[in-house]
Design a binder for this molecule. Sequence first.
Ligand code: ZN
Length: 199
Amino acid sequence: MTGCAELINTGRNAAGEQLRVLADLQRLADRYAFAGSKGQLADLAAVRGYRARLDAIAVGCEAGRQAAAISQLNALLAQTGATPQIAEHHGRGPHIHVSSAGSPLADRMAAHFAMGLVWLVVAGQAGRLRSCASAGCSDVFIDLSRNRSRRYCDSKTCGNRTHVAAYRARKASGNDDTAARPSPAAGRAGPAGRAGPAG
Ligand SMILES: [Zn+2]
């Protein structure tokens, strides 16, 4: 599912299209060790088309529209000509390929990444698909937290950035009650109280 999210997110980047040229697509394919024929120019547009559909399916899952997501997934898998089979290569033990090596790269990538969504739906976990709540990011991610409360694709970047921005906004509006002014209790009895005018 990581790969599926990564593919979808190449179309959700605030900086624009991340699959600009064939080399971008081939890099993504190589990172996930797609073993068959190399990508052709036609695969670039085809993958972008599949990506838009996977994105729509992810949005549907997030919104709880499971029946629609299922029929869209089935249609997409059928269009890719998926043919599940057991493969062994590059020293890896037997594992499942959902396409034959001779299929176009776009079809193989779409089928493989769609299966990430398929397993999620079949496991009853489609609701774990989430879009990042950060203002500058809409990346899709899987919320694996126990109480399904994760809001950001990455707590170190997006979560922290949002936290800092909210803190600055509170401070700028004078509504910051976490740091800028002492609490009433501190005013009465704490060091700040003693330092102030004597009562
Ligand atoms: Zn994010």
